[in-house]
Write a protein that binds this ligand. Structure first.
Ligand SMILES: Nc1ncnc2c1ncn2[C@@H]1O[C@H](COP(=O)(O)OP(=O)(O)O)[C@@H](O)[C@H]1O
Ligand SMILES: [Mg+2]
Length: 192
């Protein structure tokens, strides 16, 4: 019997986008799909959960947002160093800070290990969804430093993957991400 073991390379799938754009929805669905296909050790760091543990106590100033993102990034590079695939779903609004994480992850995982996923939905679309009721408050001036309303969001200039969640279904977004991983040999044997 000939076995052809597939060596799992570490990678970091970094979802970025406005609140309500679909980061948690799509990343958890991708996480589920990968686990179903035998990648048992893939980790998902969701922004909301991270802020109650790893980065508890940080606020939403630029400095605190950067610390939040860099701490998540530091955990990502640790995991990637040990060939563990990791996914993150945090707004991560600043381009330069995301690029710092890219450098950290690529230093241990090699070029291509950091995969930026731009979850693109307009402020208007996210406000229409208003999943958590936060846009209504932010637009009424009740939440200072709310990304997209009273705080900046810098979209990626060259994201490896762009999801347009206003025009594509959740399923289509998931397929895009999984297909990218397959095409770049980060996973193998995933069927449509
Ligand atoms: N194509 C899509 N992909 C992902 N989410 C979508 C899509 N279309 C509509 N939605 C909805 O948008 C919302 C996104 O919320 P969530 O994933 O919590 O956003 P985020 O984590 O980016 O703040 C969910 O209510 C989801 O059902
Ligand atoms: Mg979320």
């Amino acid at each position: 019997m000939k076995l052809s073991p597939f060596f799992q390379k570490g990678f970091c799938l970094w979802f970025t986008g406005l609140s309500g754009a679909g980061k948690s929805t799509v990343s958890s669905a991708v996480h589920h799909t990968l686990r179903e296909h035998g990648i048992a050790n893939v980790e998902l760091l969701d922004g909301d959960e991270v802020r109650t543990h790893l980065t508890h106590g940080l606020g939403f100033s630029r400095a605190d947002r950067d610390t939040n993102v860099l701490r998540i990034g530091w955990v990502c590079q640790l995991l990637v160093k040990h060939s563990v695939p990791v996914m993150t779903a945090a707004i991560s609004p600043y381009r330069e800070t995301r690029n710092e994480v890219r450098t950290m992850v690529e230093r241990v995982g090699g070029k291509g290990a950091f995969i930026e996923v731009f979850v693109n939905a307009s402020v208007e679309e996210c406000a229409r969804r208003d999943v958590k009721g936060l846009y209504a408050k932010a637009m009424a001036g009740e939440i200072p430093q709310f990304t997209g309303v009273s705080d900046p969001y810098e979209p990626p200039e060259q994201a490896e993957i762009e999801l347009n969640t206003a025009s594509e279904s959740e399923e289509e977004s998931v397929v895009k991400v999984v297909r990218y991983l397959d095409e770049h040999a980060y996973i193998s044997g995933v069927e449509d």
